[in-house]
Design a protein around this ligand. Structure first.
Ligand code: G3P
Ligand code: CA
Length: 246
């Protein structure tokens, strides 16, 4: 099966991460999906931003959870790509509306590890349902209680187990908690054992963050399910080229 290309925080090598601009570019670069991060504002709105604070990406400072949506919208979100003067923090609903007419998969990462954001799982599921995109979304989190909660609220929801180093029997653990896919870091590869075990357990591998071209080639040759990358244009070419050689 041909490896899917998912744009990490959108086409974030070229446009401000987790903004509509980065997601639009991912569509243009023919990504098969996008990955994004959600947090909750003071007035309990779902916003798409990676960090718990706005400092790294916006022209302001402070915790996302201490601003209302209206307040957050006042900040420019182009610190990493200044040429995008109009970029702002989007609501999850805005991103879903942008993607709805496309065929792209949406990987929603719940950023519940530092702040628990009570009720975020219910809110995300409701938003996706309102958009009618239940079949196109995969929910992931490093905070595995969020995965369990998503599954409890909606047993049909597809979930991915985010993890990093040092796991023993991660495939068994993923099955135990009801996750449907594995989201390991790229620095665990090459890893024949994990590829073999995940196949045996029928757990697709969605690997982050794959920006190195030889690694893209290796993972595409292994036919892993998806690579999550900041450069979907480059990954697209590599994955498509591999398809023509075979
Ligand atoms: O979902 C894959 C990847 O985005 C996880 O790490 O820190 O970029 O959210 P991070
Ligand atoms: Ca993420």
């Amino acid at each position: 099966m041909k490896t899917k290309v998912w744009a990490h925080r959108g086409a974030s090598a070229y446009a401000p991460e987790n903004t509509l601009e980065a997601f639009e570019l991912a569509i243009k670069q023919k990504a098969d999906g996008i990955e994004l991060d959600v947090q909750l504002t003071k007035d309990k709105k779902l916003v798409v931003i990676h960090d718990e604070t706005i400092d790294r990406v916006c022209d302001g400072s402070g915790y996302v959870k201490e601003f209302t949506l209206e307040e957050l919208k006042q900040f420019h979100c182009n610190k990493l790509h200044p040429q995008f003067k109009d970029a702002v923090i989007p609501e999850l609903g805005e991103v879903l509306m942008l993607l709805k007419p496309t065929s792209l998969t949406v990987n929603i990462e719940l950023k519940t590890g530092i702040f628990r954001y009570k009720g975020i799982e219910e809110k995300v599921l409701t938003e996706v349902k309102m958009a009618g995109m239940e079949d196109r979304v995969i929910y992931s989190s490093f905070h595995h209680k969020s995965i369990v909660k998503i599954k409890k609220l909606d047993p049909d929801a597809v979930t991915g187990l985010l993890f990093s180093d040092g796991w023993i029997n991660v495939t068994g653990y993923a099955r135990l908690i009801g996750a449907d896919a594995l989201h390991p870091p790229v620095y665990q590869f090459p890893n024949r054992q994990l590829i073999k075990n995940s196949r045996k357990r029928k757990l697709p591998l969605h690997i982050w963050t794959v920006n190195d071209e030889p690694m893209m080639e290796y993972l595409a040759a292994q036919e892993v399910a998806a690579i999550i990358t900041n450069t979907p244009d480059i990954a697209r070419k590599i994955v498509d080229k591999k398809g023509t050689i075979l």
